[in-house]
Design a protein around this ligand. Structure first.
Ligand SMILES: Nc1ncnc2c1ncn2[C@@H]1O[C@H](COP(=O)(O)OP(=O)(O)O)[C@@H](O)[C@H]1O
Ligand SMILES: [Mg+2]
Length: 252
């Protein structure tokens, strides 16, 4: 019988146990994740920080079910991903997962409304409805008057807001952001985090943000510190900006 994942506010949103993943064989082998334990709650923004190469992107990829672990489990709202077929994982991602990347990953030949509508079109929604929803979402991120422009005409911060509109347009329960403010100046990065913050508050949503950027720590609820393929600590996020230096490997 097919297993489906139903995001539910009473369940732990993301639960990672004893997760291991390596790449390569023999002497070329690197063990990237070495027994990761992590829980992310509904309604929170969990920040995942750590030096470059410590396995943050690999962990996100496993949480999204885009890659198989060597061992260990990822549970989303109580359901182990390993029990899903690859079709079921793909279906779950289409319905429930949004992604935001450092480099925006917008399609340059499409207008920003078309870009933002992609997740809905992939789900099979009619164009008219998809474009209307995309326009609404772009309006929410302050780009309602730029709908027919192409991404190349926009600033980095505006492009990242389009990427966020695209990630949020399908109301994903799990939002995964991989260094979303890394290409942005401080003020623009803060605007982007405000949008994520406003979206995150619902108890059946969960937001995980990988970042190096100490300026955005105050927008998170908790900070997981990753090091050498494990989670070294998990603490409440500081409510001030003056946290530079507490996280090893953070660029100042
Ligand atoms: N597909 C892959 N094949 C081989 N090595 C990989 C692959 N993906 C990641 N790695 C290696 O795993 C380590 C962790 O990478 P990554 O998860 O991207 O780290 P981070 O996002 O923390 O910078 C790096 O040494 C990287 O080169
Ligand atoms: Mg990375």
């Amino acid at each position: 019988m097919a297993t489906t994942i139903v995001p539910h506010p009473m369940r732990t949103a993301v639960e990672v146990s004893e997760l291991r993943k390596g790449f390569g064989e023999g002497r070329m082998r690197i063990d990237v994740l070495r027994g990761v334990e992590l829980k992310a709650r509904g309604g929170e923004i969990l920040l995942l920080v750590g030096p470059s190469g410590c396995g943050k992107t690999t962990l996100l990829t496993l949480i999204a079910g885009l890659l198989e672990p060597d061992s260990g489990t990822v549970k989303l709202w109580g359901e182990p991903l390993e029990l899903l077929s690859s079709e079921e994982k793909t279906a779950f991602r289409k319905e429930n997962v949004g992604f935001v990347f450092q480099q925006f990953n917008l399609i340059p030949t499409l207008t920003i409304r078309e870009n933002a509508a992609i997740p809905l079109l992939i789900r099979g929604m009619a164009e008219k409805q998809a474009f209307a929803r995309a326009a609404e979402m772009l309006d929410r991120v302050g780009l309602g008057n730029r709908l027919t422009e192409r991404p190349g005409k926009l600033s980095g911060g505006q492009q990242q807001r389009v990427a966020i509109a695209r990630a949020l347009v399908g109301d994903p329960k799990l939002l995964i952001c991989d260094e979303p403010t890394a290409s942005l100046d401080g003020e623009t990065g803060a605007q982007v985090m405000e949008i994520l913050r406003a979206n995150a508050l619902h108890p059946d949503r969960c937001t995980i943000v990988v970042t190096h950027d100490h300026r955005i720590f105050k927008f998170g609820d908790r900070i997981a510190q990753m090091r050498d393929g494990t989670i070294e600590s998990l603490e409440d996020a500081p409510q001030t900006e003056s946290v530079r230096g507490i996280v090893p490997g953070v660029r100042g």
